[in-house]
Write a protein that binds this ligand. Sequence first.
Ligand SMILES: [Zn+2]
Length: 460
Amino acid sequence: MSQGIRRPHQAVDFDEAARRFPPPPEYFEGAYLASAEEIERTQLARLRHRADQAYRIPFHRRRWDAAGFAPGDLRTLGDLWRAPAYTVDDIRHSIEAAPPYGDYQAVVPGDAVREPMRLYMSGGTTGASRPTFYTAWDRAVGGILEARQLYMQGVRPGDVVVNSWSYGTHNGAFSFDEAAYQWLNCVVITASTGNVTSSRKQVELALEYGATAILTTGDYVLRLAEVVREMGLDPRKDLALKAIPNIGDTALLEETFGLPCFATYGFHEVQTVAVECEARDGLHIFEDAFVVQVVDPETGEPLPDGETGALVVTELYKTGSAQFRYNIMDLSYLMPRQQCGCGSWLRKIGPFAGRGDNMVKLRGVNLWPEVVGEVATSVPGTAPDYFVRALRDGNRDEMVVHVVGAGDPAGFGDLAGSVEDALRERFGVRIRAEIAAPGALDAWTGVDVSPKLKRFRDER
Ligand SMILES: [Zn+2]
């Protein structure tokens, strides 16, 4: 007797998942090219269904009742603005009040009898890790979304890929694994990080089996390129890479591997949200699975298209834990809906522009360290390495950007002036610039000790 147990293949109708959220390559012949009306019709229908489900979860019900919002209020996509947003702080409070899972999950472990599920922890880049339940359905659809990403970046069925993400408590490595194996029919070599499989061995595997992509961070794949060179080989010619699905220093990645690096945006609770297309002018949102809004990071008020603010994401597919107007505090902007050069009407966002919770208000102007750093390092003569500090000088706030100079130190004084001019022109306020020698910022950025560089320190 099964005693009512449903195995994953019984709990999930995989054909239904693929019909509702087409995997690649079918997706790119269908939903990717849908008309604006069709896209928004699908979004609204799914949004209303998601709202009904989310309202059953105590976390959302409590917040919606307090704000006077009910699922039935959703008559147009614009009505989504009437639902309250929440941030990671609200999720932390939920966990503290109802440990260990919080009351924002739609399932509990006992439900796994009927609804097989996994539990993954967030990376915890800011604060303690957060648990999220993913049902088998969530894994399936999340895998499809990530398979679309890999396809847009150049990975194809039948390819061999090395997965060098950490197979740990975080879902990153598993998401790529499931996407590549279950939905893109790639052959995955489960290398994990350099601690598990040495960098030398990773390179040997990629060479021997003709891997077309190495799934990992931009920093680590660049490290592997160094290993290739140490072996007397050329990363462009001797590796068989066809895609660089790696987030990092785009210019350096493209230069190193001689391939285009298409940007992506996503986060662990929902998988891939948006991917850059061949037109290379913004990232298309997978709008059959998401509604993305942009708000002022301080007030939560809607911002017009083109203005940088915090992304608020509502997913349209999950059953394990609803993300309904999650203000993720990642900064970007929305582009107006229009047909892209690639043929798609899917709305686009700009590239990730930093974290909204790092915002510094300088004489009335909202500044984000990452955006300041980006402008500073775009000045000719600088290297792509910087560190921003917020200081208190007397009774006013100041900001100093330290940028590494690429050329002769004799010219650093002039270079600082050029950087200050560029910053004033862009932001309309004075930001002090200091030019540092190569390597001088390493202790601040932590380049040798952490894969995630620190770029900002608040000293006020
Ligand atoms: Zn496009």
